[in-house]
Design a binder for this molecule. Structure first.
Ligand code: ARG
Length: 497
């Protein structure tokens, strides 16, 4: 499960080339396709050619060519299985595999001539195979249908993309562990209702992000198990009359299981919905982190700096440094949520088994994967490189009576009931506000007028360091606990490596 470095520096683009998109002139002026019906792979029972508008409208090759490598990988495994089961001869299989490798080479060199008349990636590849190796190429489709073929392609492709995304998540989480490690003792205000609540360690805050991303990673790892099941062998919907062995194909393609029902295997896209749903939760988390960075970068907070390379300026206001990357990631979350709704709506009420509706599953899924990959690449570079303005964070923590709870807890330890302690501290805070000072700046005499249970040792508990150190249990913000959480985080991350 490692993202190779070329993937990391060059996020995959949607290879939706305009060459293959619907031609507007065709849309406006439908006319008969020049090819005769029998030239189509399925043309045998047709008496007139497909309308050229319909051909362009129903074609998916403009986008599903993105599966070419996986389609060929699946075909090689299928042909190998047909050979093992004596459905094709060994020499036929060898010829087919050679031919498929040649087709792949042409595609990778950009020399392949994609044709919209051949509808989709599957028929484009198969047709070119037959051009190259002759009639034996026509035997490849024995015991298979485009319905189980496309379901297999999507799963092979999504499995690879999921691994890449998991690797990007691990990279980001490693960056956060490193950042947290530098700041276990950096103090900032913790908020509830976006009002200063209690002092926390900045490292503790960063580790909260780590935990969110950790669960996202677990969700993707879990979804991967259900992505990684073999549909091939289901054929159109009912299975095939040939004596195939699906365990061979599954093993060759690295699937950890075999879809157990042919009708279900060719029709359901729940694995893609599950992926997009995990992706949506992840983007929701990234949008929360984005929002905090954006707030913290404002002049009003002035808590962090992010490197200039992640920001842009304003064409009119020379002083501006805008947090474009986090803003864009916050916005892109909306896109991924939208793709989740698209896929759910696409699948809703579809009767068994395959329906052409499912051709619409690809673009939302591609967009979801590309958006996620881009956002994680950006965050993996940016987030570990933020620099907290320690002085400003500390000054902000001093402003909001963040140690009020510590004073209440101190009174409780000295025998005061919590509700009474709450009242005493409320009075002390009111005095602090009146005098314009923090609780720790009030004199012992001033504090003691509210409760006789206050002694000279109270000031240890009113300092920010004392407040943090006191929350010394698993999950608490004491720097010593944050250090342990980071160490555990490193070990826990190893399971995804
Ligand atoms: N391009 C189609 C898709 O993406 C492939 C399967 C087509 N099957 C069919 N019977 N028309 O779903």
């Amino acid at each position: 499960m490692n993202a190779n470095s070329s993937n990391l520096s060059h996020p995959k683009q949607n290879e939706n080339s305009s060459d293959f998109s619907t031609d507007v002139s065709n849309l406006n002026h439908p006319e008969k396709n020049s090819s005769s019906p029998s030239q189509q792979m399925w043309g045998g029972r047709f008496s007139e050619a497909t309308d050229s508008f319909v051909a362009a409208f129903t074609a998916s090759v403009g986008f599903d060519q993105r599966f070419a490598r996986h389609d060929i990988e699946g075909s090689i495994a299928h042909a190998t299985m047909l050979g093992e089961c004596d459905i094709l001869t060994k020499s036929e299989v060898a010829t087919i595999i050679d031919g498929l490798e040649q087709v792949l080479a042409e595609i990778e060199l950009g020399e392949f001539n994609w044709s919209i008349e051949l509808e989709d990636v599957h028929m484009n590849v198969e047709s070119r195979l037959t051009d190259i190796i002759g009639a034996v190429g026509k035997k490849l489709h024995t015991g298979r249908s485009r319905n189980d073929q496309v379901a297999t392609d999507i799963r092979l492709w999504l499995r690879e993309e999921t691994d890449n995304i998991i690797a990007l998540l691990v990279r980001l989480q490693t960056g956060l562990l490193n950042l947290a490690e530098q700041h276990t003792d950096t103090i900032m205000p913790g908020f509830t209702h976006l009002q200063t609540a209690q002092p926390v360690s900045f490292g503790h805050h960063v580790m909260a992000w780590f935990e969110m991303l950790y669960r996202d990673t677990e969700r993707l790892v879990d979804a991967r198990r259900r992505i990684n099941q073999l549909p091939l062998g289901s054929a159109a919907l009912a299975g095939t009359t040939f004596p195939i062995d699906r365990t061979i194909t599954a093993e060759l393609l690295g699937f950890e299981g075999i879809c157990q029902n042919s009708l279900d295997a060719v029709s359901d896209r729940d694995f893609a919905i599950e992926f997009t749903s995990a992706a949506s939760i992840l983007m929701m988390h990234l949008s929360r982190m984005s929002e905090e960075i954006i707030l913290w970068m404002s002049a009003q907070f002035d808590f962090v700096q992010i490197p200039d390379r992640f920001c842009t300026g304003s064409s009119i206001m020379p002083q501006k440094k805008n947090p474009d990357v986090p803003e864009l990631v916050r916005g892109k979350a909306a896109r991924v949520f939208g793709q989740l709704m698209t896929l759910l709506s696409l699948m809703k009420s579809q009767p068994l088994a395959y329906n052409k509706d499912n051709q619409e599953d690809k673009e939302p899924l591609f967009d979801c994967v590309d958006t996620l990959t881009g956002s994680l690449l950006a965050f993996g570079d940016m987030l570990p490189n933020i620099t907290p303005n320690k002085e400003n964070m500390r000054a902000a923590t001093m402003k909001g009576y963040a140690t009020a709870t510590d004073l209440a807890d101190y009174l409780v330890r000295n025998g005061v009931a919590f509700r009474d302690a709450h009242e005493v501290v409320g009075n002390a805070v009111a005095l602090g506000i009146k005098e314009g000072v923090d609780l720790s700046d009030l004199s012992l005499a001033q504090l003691q007028q509210f409760s006789a249970a206050i002694g000279t040792d109270v000031f240890e508990y009113l300092t920010l360091e004392g407040s943090l150190a006191a929350r010394d249990h698993l999950g608490g913000t004491a720097p010593n606990q944050v250090k342990q959480a980071i160490a555990r985080g490193r070990t826990r991350l190893e399971v995804f490596a």
